[in-house]
Design a protein around this ligand. Structure first.
Ligand code: SF4
Length: 363
């Protein structure tokens, strides 16, 4: 007998085609789709507006699977970190960051990451594999299940483990499910996909979907960025900023530039000045992120005073700049840190940007 497949591992196109091949009426597709993603059923039996025969046929070929968190850590400030073990025993994590107005979930797109950014713990793990669109969407569904109906996830950011645009097709399919009004029905303005600077994929993504884009900048010269975010060696700052200028965007939308402040590396007013120059002509806002140190990290967190001076420099020159307060520090808030801590991985040696200047040094 043919092995049953997880129905949510099918793309929407595949699901539609399967039902069509079975000779099922077109409107049934929407019904199945709603049961799976909007009503979040655990079995085909619950799909009460389908005929018994169709439910039986679905159950003969498919299963309805769900991911369950293997561990949850709750921070003093309410941040919750969920670790998911996948069917091949790999694991990824998602972080829920609540505040008065929003419940923001940060999700992962890959097991590990190939980008090797020198300030990021996930970058030390290397890439193991891409997540399927099911494994990406299910992080949102599983956390929503854990929260219960009273508390809705309002925002989703693709800023956990992995470079989202390096797993392009699965990320696109997952975003479609998040924003489809028959599925998770999140507003396009509440979904943000980040990239470390994969320029061709970024432009292609902008053509397909108009959710929000965040670019991890973190360095203001090629010399610095080549070490901090090595993909810069392929797509340098000039290429990246030109792509940001050309990025297809709706009126009033902005690109968010993520800037992780590293003590003595990229936190001077000279950096702030270069940053303003880079952003010229781009509808932009800047998120200043205090670095979350981790055991073995190559960089240090900059002083709050330095961070606010940096922010003021930008604000005084009419660049919108927010300081993203570091949440969940007591449970290791940055991406990859729960996984690495649970696996007790050692952080390998990597090149870093020296504090004295921007020249790369072997550590
Ligand atoms: S910062 Fe993002 S892109 Fe860079 S290594 Fe970490 S997870 Fe990958």
């Amino acid at each position: 007998m043919e092995q049953r497949r997880n129905i949510k591992a099918l793309t929407l196109a595949q699901l539609g085609q399967t039902l069509k091949d079975w000779g099922v009426e077109g409107f049934r597709f929407e019904q199945v789709f709603r049961w799976l993603y909007q009503k979040d059923v655990a079995s085909f039996d619950e799909m009460s507006n389908l005929s018994k025969a169709l439910r039986a046929k679905l159950a003969e070929h498919f299963t309805v699977e769900r991911m369950i968190p293997a561990a949850v850590q709750v921070s003093d400030d309410g941040t919750r970190k969920f670790l998911f073990q996948l069917s091949d025993k790999e694991s990824v994590e998602s972080v829920l960051i609540p505040n008065e107005e929003r419940q923001t979930l940060c999700i992962s797109t890959q097991v590990g990451c190939a980008m090797a950014c020198s300030f990021c713990l996930t970058g030390t793990l290397g890439l193991t594999r891409n997540l399927s669109h099911y494994e990406i969407v299910e992080q949102v569904m599983a956390v929503q299940r854990a929260l219960g109906p009273e508390t809705r996830i309002t925002n989703v950011v693709y800023m956990g483990m992995g470079e989202p645009l390096h797993n392009f097709d699965n990320v696109v399919e997952s975003v479609r499910l998040l924003i489809d009004e028959k599925a998770l029905n999140l507003s396009k303005n509440k979904v943000t996909v980040s990239t470390s600077g994969l320029v061709p994929q970024m432009l292609k993504f902008g053509e397909l979907l108009d959710v929000k884009l965040a670019v991890s900048l973190t360095g203001t010269t090629d010399e610095m960025r080549d070490v901090l975010i090595p993909v810069n060696r392929k797509y340098d700052l000039k290429t990246l900023m030109r792509a940001c200028r050309d990025y297809p965007m709706k009126r009033r939308n902005r690109i968010t530039f993520e800037y992780t402040l590293l003590k003595g590396v990229n936190d001077s007013l000279e950096d702030a000045k270069r940053l303003i120059k880079l952003l010229q002509g781009i509808p932009a806002k800047v998120n200043l992120i205090p670095f979350n140190e981790y055991p073995g990290s190559l960089y240090r967190r900059c002083e709050d005073e330095t961070m606010f001076r940096f922010q003021k420099y930008l604000l005084d020159r009419h660049v919108q700049a927010n300081v993203r307060t570091s949440r969940g520090r007591d449970i290791l808030g940055a991406c990859g840190q729960l996984k690495a801590a649970m696996e007790q991985r050692r952080v390998p040696k990597r090149p870093r940007v020296s504090e004295a200047g921007s020249a790369p040094t072997a550590n």
